[in-house]
Ligand binder design. Structure first.
Ligand SMILES: Cc1cc2nc3c(=O)[nH]c(=O)nc-3n(C[C@H](O)[C@H](O)[C@H](O)COP(=O)(O)OP(=O)(O)OC[C@H]3O[C@@H](n4cnc5c(N)ncnc54)[C@H](O)[C@@H]3O)c2cc1C
Length: 380
């Protein structure tokens, strides 16, 4: 099998690299880590201007399928802030897969021009892994739906234009069958957003919904068919658009620092660096497979779980190992004198554990793989 990129794919990669070099400045990265909002409008607009966002919507059939992997791999390797744009493109893919023609016309252009971001309201204070048990209610009232409830971890809600919201519409049906997904503007009256700051630097949010009123144009997929919409969203979220090569910028930062302080030739340190490099190669191959399936119109529910599970656990393992060999300087953060790799070792050690939680925890990915790939019985 030939894994080399075609000349067109190399040209595409060069364009992405140029856009990153032009927009992702050190000041921008500093600001993003300061605010915890991993989104950079200048980068999003530049990618959109060259048509790269539209080409990256999973299942839209634009561009070579390998481009989806190239785009996020380049963003990730460069340490660029891609969380906002990844969620937005993922939801554009969901609208494309299950939305009405009217929704596709109204929503997708606002995303692929880089103007509108999207946030995801699935998890609740009491339900994360068991998201099918959520209790936020949407009740029919004439031609409208009235939504009441609370969500937790609604990342990007403080900057997004659109919200995708999982609700319970029929409490009498079995839990997976009484759900409906909505997509609505964040400025709809009745929505409250409050910040939640995490140890990973990330600014996420708690959100509340008080008599939020929308019409049928906001129903995404079938009424009581929200689980199907959710399945599409999750298939694009895991192991497809970034989040699987975060050990690469970690290793880049570490290597530069280790060379500078004379640690890079230490055999014990070299072993850790080699282990990290091998892990990231495996993650790359797993991600290429999941991203290719998504970009070709498929749903990599299983392949994405494999990529996400391996890559995030590897990232966490590497961050711990490299922090260990960096010793005390590895405990110092950004702008602290003497910090290893200008604070990135400390950042990765704080950030990596969280990556094994969001998008579904490692245990949930293992359950998914055990049941769907290995044919083992359900554990619940
Ligand atoms: C920084 C961050 C950003 C996030 N962003 C978003 C977002 O934008 N939108 C959104 O909707 N959600 C978001 N989440 C929520 C995330 O998806 C949930 O935190 C995650 O699914 C776990 O749910 P939980 O926190 O309720 O933990 P729980 O579900 O309570 O899990 C607790 C522990 O039990 C384990 N466990 C649970 N069920 C099983 C099982 N069946 N088998 C084995 N082990 C199990 C879990 O693995 C975990 O170790 C975010 C979370 C974080 C931390």
């Amino acid at each position: 099998m030939d894994f080399a990129l075609s000349p067109d794919a190399v040209a595409y990669r060069n364009l992405v690299r140029t856009i990153i070099a032009d927009t992702v400045t050190n000041e921008a990265i500093d600001e993003i880590h300061r605010t915890g909002t991993f989104d950079l409008p200048a980068l999003n607009f530049a990618l959109a201007k060259h048509g790269l966002l539209e080409r990256a919507v999973p299942g839209m059939g634009k561009g070579d399928p390998i481009e989806l992997w190239i785009l996020f791999n380049e963003l990730e390797k460069a340490g660029a802030p891609y969380d906002g744009i990844a969620v937005s493109l993922m939801i554009a893919g969901v609208v494309n897969a299950v939305g009405t023609e009217e929704q596709k016309q109204r929503i997708i252009p606002s995303i692929v021009t880089g103007e509108a971001g999207v946030c995801m309201g699935y998890s609740e204070p009491d339900y994360g892994s068991d998201v099918a048990s959520i209790v936020t209610r949407a009740v029919r009232d004439g031609d409208s739906w009235i939504i009441n409830g609370a969500k937790m971890w609604t990342t990007m809600a403080h900057v997004a234009k659109w919200l995708i919201l999982l609700t319970r519409t029929d409490p009498d049906l079995p839990k997976h069958r009484g759900l409906t997904m909505f997509i609505l503007p964040m400025d709809t009256p009745g929505i409250t957003v409050k910040p939640v700051h995490t140890m990973a630097s990330e600014h996420t949010n708690a959100t509340w919904y008080d008599d939020v009123t929308v019409g049928d144009e906001a129903v995404l997929g079938e009424v009581n068919g929200g689980w199907r919409t959710m399945t599409v969203a999750l298939a694009f979220e895991r192991g497809v658009m970034g989040g699987t090569n975060q050990g690469v910028p970690l290793l880049t930062h570490f290597t530069k620092w280790a060379q500078h302080v004379g640690l890079a030739q230490d055999p014990a340190v070299k072993v850790e660096m080699a282990k990290a490099a091998i892990d990231m190669h495996v993650s790359t191959l797993l991600t290429q497979r999941a991203a290719w399936i998504a970009a070709s119109g498929g749903l990599p529910g299983l392949e994405g779980s494999m990529a996400k599970l391996f890559a995030t656990e590897a990232y966490q393992r590497e961050a711990r190992a490299l922090q260990h060999v960096a010793a005390q300087p590895g405990l110092l953060g950004f702008h602290e004198d003497g910090a290893a790799a200008e604070g990135f070792i400390d950042y990765d050690a704080r950030h990596s554990p969280v990556t094994t939680i969001y998008g579904g925890t490692s245990e949930i990915q293992r359950n998914n793989i055990a049941e769907r790939h290995l044919g083992l019985p359900r554990n619940r």
